[in-house]
Design a binder for this molecule. Sequence first.
Ligand SMILES: [Zn+2]
Length: 133
Amino acid sequence: MLKFLKWLIEGRPHVTYEGYHCGCCGGWEDEEFSIPTYKSYGKWADTWGLCSKCIESGKEENQMDEKRAKEILGDNINSPDGGLYSLKEYIHWNVGDKKAILDGHFTADELEATAWWMRKGSSLVKKENNRGI
Ligand SMILES: [Zn+2]
């Protein structure tokens, strides 16, 4: 609060930096920006951020959607209502169940797709059936 009042009295000064470090890839982003001096914790602390490349690749990596979940789960979605069943790597999940039984070797993508499907996917199948497809 005092810092803020001091800043007003001083005529709202800003500090300008020529860019910032990316906390993800460690790269330097040449993008000038200014912040009010009362928000500044010194040059080192102020010049960290996320570069546009890392923000974009983060979105792609983490995004699970219907298309991707169906690609990954494939034949495991094999009941008319969208339940998950497989005997290769054992999966057993009935639509509406809070828990699935899994036994086998699964990649992170397969686990993500399974979780996504349990939360959202089966409701998509129900909607399709309601339309008579
Ligand atoms: Zn980066």
